[in-house]
Design a protein around this ligand. Sequence first.
Ligand SMILES: O=C(CO)[C@@H](O)[C@H](O)COP(=O)(O)O
Length: 225
Amino acid sequence: MIHPIRIAPSILAADFSKLGQEVRDVVDAGADWVHLDVMDGHFVPNITFGPDVIKSLRPYTDATFDCHLMIAPADPFLEAFAKAGCDILTVHAEAGPHLHRSLQTVRALGKKAGVSLNPATPESTIEYVLDAVDLILVMTVNPGFGGQKFIAEMEEKIRRIKAMVGDRPIEIEVDGGVTPDTAGAVARAGSNVLVAGSAVFKGGSVEAYRGAIAAIRAAAETGRG
Ligand SMILES: O=C(CO)[C@@H](O)[C@H](O)COP(=O)(O)O
């Protein structure tokens, strides 16, 4: 199944003193989804925000809230994130022993279920949950921080995941070091959702966001074509 290219700016790189306005601006600038990086200081060595902050951002846009839960355990918090207004809830394959149950819980809450893989985690880890997922998030950096270098070896992993997914209607997302320079390669490998934090927000204005999103989209669409 061919999904459209979607650009999902990560607000991890936005100005946290005016997050609501940043969310509105980045959607006005052409973002398809808003990517929300939830970090717990335990699963990853950084802390960001939780469901209350996401709930406070919800009125700023109707765009899809793509929530990447870098927390362990995730299960006790899934309902709170669903109620906060997340549309997609992505849990890490490494975050708990009962991945299939976590994914089932997300769908039972009426949300799209995503699974994420750290760079060192092989794609075989998710072979038996493919029918329980709507999205696979391939980390192209080690999670925890923005502004890191894209790990080029992940292109092969994306290709393998794309082949494994086959005709299933699963979106393949990449996250970490995505810029106009790397977008073509990840789209060619088979991903259609591109998360970008610093490459989008570094400009600091709506016009700069618009230019960065357009450049990433053009590179991805050209790379795919
Ligand atoms: O989940 C993460 C980091 O853990 C990402 O969403 C980053 O925030 C992407 O940032 P850039 O590499 O695009 O700056």
